[in-house]
Design a protein. Structure first.
Length: 230
């Protein structure tokens, strides 16, 4: 079965794949996760607001992002962000953003819509009586959210947040369409150079499976470890 399978091309390229490609992928995942959670939390609190000036734009943004294919959003931000940046600084031409920062902006804005819904569900899982108790103690809305609601909500949401991050890690492979050298993009370059598509795509699939399966197992363990008995 593996008679024509060239393991040598994997051995020769493995250092490049992990040093260049996987570093890019993990960095993008970490930055997009951090930015997405922060922005998603703000969106969630806006969606839960009783003021239409806050919840309507937030709801429209979330519904828009969740209704668009990610690859389309990647292309859109990749070509649009340089023009927006040039317009902001008053330049007559688009600024050079680069594939990496375009990808960071894209995934942060896109994933924020999904993190928003996770955060909103987590916040709503906290009994409303605890909010009123915070008000009774003289806390403001933001103090109640920061000291009472969000700490408990994050505990409830942690497994789902990590699961969404695993999906984000897998989705970062789409940046190869803008010629970014992520793990898949690096493998594509090696495959095209050495005409070993089967070997490289198989290796990439195995690596993604091992990392994603391990992370999923950790999420299940974490869920059982921090489960709240009601």
């Amino acid at each position: 079965m593996f008679a024509g399978f060239d393991f040598d091309v994997i051995q020769r390229s493995v250092l490049y794949l992990f040093r260049e490609g996987m570093t890019f992928t993990l960095t993008l995942t970490a930055m997009a996760m951090t930015g997405g959670i922060v922005f998603g939390t703000l969106l969630a609190m806006m969606r839960l607001s009783s003021y239409a000036i806050l919840n309507v734009p937030a709801g429209a943004y979330v519904n828009l992002m969740r209704s668009l294919p990610l690859v389309l959003v990647i292309f859109w931000f990749y070509f649009l962000v340089p023009w927006i940046g040039g317009w902001i600084v008053g330049a007559g031409q688009p600024i050079q953003v680069g594939a990496f920062w375009s990808a960071v902006i894209t995934f942060t804005m896109f994933e924020a819509a999904y993190y928003c819904e996770i955060m909103r569900a987590g916040i709503q899982s906290i009994a409303r009586g605890q909010v009123w108790a915070g008000y009774a103690l003289g806390l403001t809305y933001w103090q109640t959210m920061g000291k009472i609601v969000l700490p408990q909500a994050f505990r409830n949401m942690l497994p789902v947040l990590l699961t969404q991050t695993i999906i984000l890690f897998q989705d970062t492979s789409l940046v190869y369409v803008i010629s970014a050298t992520d793990f898949l993009g690096a493998a594509v370059k090696v495959a095209n150079r050495d005409y070993r598509l089967v070997e490289m795509y198989t290796f990439v699939a195995v690596v993604y499976f091992i990392l994603s399966f391990t992370a999923s197992y950790f999420v299940r363990w974490l869920q059982a470890r921090f489960a709240v008995i009601r």
